[in-house]
Design a protein around this ligand. Sequence first.
Ligand SMILES: Cc1cc2nc3c(=O)[nH]c(=O)nc-3n(C[C@H](O)[C@H](O)[C@H](O)COP(=O)(O)OP(=O)(O)OC[C@H]3O[C@@H](n4cnc5c(N)ncnc54)[C@H](O)[C@@H]3O)c2cc1C
Length: 328
Amino acid sequence: MSGKPSVAIIGAGLSGLRLAQRLTPFMQVTVFEKSRGLGGRMSTRRTDGFAFDHGAQYFTARSADFEAFLRPYLENGTVQMWAPRLAQLSSAEAPPRWTAPRYVATPGMTGLAKAMAAELTVHRAVQVDRLVRSGHQWQMLDAEENDLGRFDWVISTAPSLQTARLMPPAFAGHPSLEAAVMQGCYSLMLGFDTPQMLNWDAAWVGQDPLAWIAVNTSKPGRPAQHCIVAQTSNRWADTNLERDQDTVRAELISAVEAVTGLAASTAAYISLHRWRYASVATPSATPFLIDPDNRLAAAGDWCGAGKVEAAFDSASALAEALEITLTG
Ligand SMILES: Cc1cc2nc3c(=O)[nH]c(=O)nc-3n(C[C@H](O)[C@H](O)[C@H](O)COP(=O)(O)OP(=O)(O)OC[C@H]3O[C@@H](n4cnc5c(N)ncnc54)[C@H](O)[C@@H]3O)c2cc1C
């Protein structure tokens, strides 16, 4: 026994892994992730030789803290700059100019999470279902009532609605969780056996259902097979979330064909992913949630702008507050 308080962190996305890194010096940290893969919404789908970043497309580093965090990963190539040829489709407007660098992880978006998790204890494919008080600790259970362990502190980094469902009624952060509003998104993945001739690598589409199309292959370190990711607007996704998924898929294939001229329906690999909680329409009122009396806390991109950097900021701010709470 090290004498350090124990903490269970729910989620191995950027928020959860950043918290785990920051808390390890003064807590016994265990991360639980319901998926087999790491990275949460910074993830990569690999199949049949194709690879798609079907969640976050790239990220920015506007704060000195995030820049400092990224530096070693930039130095060892885990994170690299992406400077695609940009276009604006379905509109006469010129594409926006990127003045700050855009970064991606390699060899896929999940690469950053894998590097961060290397020194951490992460239990994958374990979905936390509920927390039950056990003396001064919290016992965590899965849906089959299996005991996942007892911890002094529990922190959730799941999207706000999922965190609200996980946290016991005693958690003081419930009003803030309920105030946060997240939005959906669909990602259509198209893998081609032969390169497709396009004069852009990434494009905004100013016409529903589509918002963004990227040639995944144009990012550094990706496999050579030609992979395209098309994403819908959040507004369109939210009004079409419960529709038959085959119909949504067919509509998105037609939309890609109409705006790009690509023969999307002939792609060797076609897959649709529905994100219920992709980005943030209304963030929670505070940069993180902490309830020292109950030893519960929460953080995530929904505490801010709904971006990778917002996830980092929320986790870093919560880690700092916990350090003060625990070490005085
Ligand atoms: C389609 C899409 C496009 C995006 N594009 C961009 C972009 O271009 N630039 C940008 O900066 N950001 C983008 N984002 C947002 C960015 O991905 C997120 O802001 C960031 O990854 C959030 O990190 P997080 O750790 O807070 O949450 P998440 O990555 O969602 O991590 C939460 C983790 O908790 C796990 N979890 C949930 N419930 C449980 C449970 N009960 N038990 C165990 N584990 C659980 C989840 O599986 C997940 O891994 C995009 C997101 C999506 C979906």
